[in-house]
Design a protein around this ligand. Structure first.
Ligand SMILES: *Cc1c(COP(=O)(O)O)cnc(C)c1O
Length: 483
């Protein structure tokens, strides 16, 4: 059965609209952008970045004044984006020495950074301990020992927070979950007790500043965040009784879900699970009530609350523009070949859904169903889940009795709708806009198949654009090679 999210409506007030059948982003005509900067192109909105920062800061601080929002920079570590967020009052979360370096280049101070990761390297730890970073979120006992050794050798006290496994399921698929012991993250309760013994034996080298948990990404159930708050309150009380000094902060991680279509009704045309995965949004005002407020009520207003949102801060702040280069017909449906595939938007490889609008025919209401693919010499380079569809087919061939369970198989195995609704006149040369491409995109670009990574621009809200990432050149392909 065909699964296609409805194309219309896609407009977003004050951000995305149509003028003379062409897509306008913050009042800027996308044809002008493509002409000036080329394709594919990421178009970031400074207005949207600032709005999101203001939204979370005001919502959470209204409930708990001592809230620090550490933007998870792996979601988008472009220097210009980081600078806009810094100006807007955000702190930052880094995941590697490289991200620490980038955050420093953007002007963030070590005391405004927290450092996560499951395999932190010796030199990275040395750098951040030397700099006096606000907190290293310790992921394992072996890492704690490494931190202790470095702190002793530097004669410094390392600021640490303990990452606990809350055993809460968050996120629709295994790859989105980080809060159970089935994932690779965090320490068990037993491990934490051992950690605290070690810490208490070395008060000059190790200081517990806080506790930390992060349950997943695109976590689409409010109840998971409620459970996380409950868990961390109980855990904070337990830890406090084991430490000879007060706990300064409680870090709730990120994972807040965002809409990946413009309207609730867009997803009425596809199976329910797609709606849950891609259409769930928990507003910051709701999160302030279910996640922040319980902690204030239980632990008081003196403790600092840290959150680490990534996706929810940037996903809706960028549009990716890509041009149709070729077309074919397969199984009575048109197949369009875009100039951007998973080397530009890696999440499509993970089966992620991004809403598509034909930016060259925004008002057309006569539509057809299409298959959309990328330019790479790899069969998996598609805007539908070719692997999932293939798995269902193979299973049904191997075991015909499974026919009765076809819908369940599809629900579990196929991550994206198989078709796209686009204007009937769609043709080679049209520009396709993919919405909500601000998160986990620039960071995951690569130059597979000798393709150049895309450029990015920032719209300043006054109809001006500026380049914030240059397009790669052929010569860049030689950068790392030595002959
Ligand atoms: C990736 C990550 C985040 C951000 O997750 P989002 O789903 O993008 O909000 C926050 N904290 C930690 C520890 C992470 O690894």
């Amino acid at each position: 059965m065909n699964q296609a999210v409805a194309l219309h409506p896609w407009e977003r007030p004050h951000h995305l609209n149509s003028e003379e059948n062409v897509l306008m982003i913050d009042g800027v005509n996308v044809n002008h952008l493509i002409k000036r900067y080329g394709s594919p192109l990421f178009v970031y909105s400074e207005n949207k970045l600032r709005e999101n920062a203001l939204d979370i800061l005001s919502s959470f601080r209204q409930v708990h004044e001592k809230t620090r929002v550490c933007f998870a920079s792996k979601a988008c570590a472009n220097l210009s984006v980081l600078k806009v967020f810094k100006e807007a009052g955000l702190s930052i979360e880094v995941n590697s020495g490289g991200e620490f370096f980038k955050a420093s280049a953007a002007g963030y101070l070590p005391e405004d950074m927290v450092f996560n990761g499951v395999a932190k390297q010796h030199n990275e730890l040395r750098e951040v301990i030397n700099a006096g970073i606000k907190a290293i979120n310790v992921d394992s006992l072996s890492e704690l020992q490494r931190i202790l050794n470095i702190a002793l050798s530097l004669n410094k006290q390392a600021n640490i927070a303990l990452r606990i496994i809350p055993e809460i399921k968050g996120g629709a698929t295994a790859g989105w979950e980080t809060g159970t012991s089935a994932s690779k993250f965090g320490m068990s309760r037993d491990e934490q007790l051992h950690a605290i013994q070690l810490i208490n034996r070395h008060p000059d080298s190790l200081k517990v500043r806080g506790i930390h948990a992060h349950i997943g990404t695109q976590v689409n159930e409010v109840s998971a965040f409620q459970a996380e708050a409950d868990f961390l309150i109980a855990y904070a009380n337990e830890i406090r009784s084991l430490l000879p000094y007060p706990l300064e902060h409680i870090n709730l991680g990120g994972g807040y879900p965002k809409n990946y279509t413009s309207h609730q009704d867009n997803l009425n045309t596809v199976s329910e699970h797609y709606k849950q995965n891609y259409r769930t949004q928990i507003d910051f005002s709701v999160l302030s009530e279910i996640l922040i407020k319980p902690i204030t009520d239980a632990l008081g207003c003196e403790i600092e609350i840290i959150v680490e949102p990534g996706r929810s801060m940037v996903s809706d702040t960028a549009i990716m523009l890509t041009r149709i280069e070729a077309e074919k017909t397969r199984n009575q449906h048109p197949v369009y070949y875009l100039d951007a595939g998973y080397s530009v938007l890696f999440d499509i490889y993970n089966g992620w859904y991004f809403h598509m609008v034909n930016a060259s025919r925004t008002d057309d209401t006569d539509t057809k169903l299409c298959r959309m693919v990328g330019p790479l010499c790899d069969s998996s380079d598609t805007y539908y889940d070719i692997e999932g569809e293939g798995s269902v087919k193979s299973l049904l061939q191997a075991e015909p009795n499974l026919e009765a369970h076809q819908e369940i198989l599809k629900k579990v195995l196929v991550r994206q709708p198989n078709m796209r609704e686009l204007p009937a006149d769609t043709q080679v040369g049209d520009v396709i806009a993919l919405l909500d491409t601000g998160a986990y995109a620039l960071e995951m670009m690569n130059e597979y198949c000798g393709r150049q990574s895309a450029a990015a621009v920032m719209l300043d809200g006054n109809q001006e654009s500026r380049l914030i990432r240059r397009r790669a050149k052929y010569e860049d392909l030689l950068t790392y090679d030595i002959s």
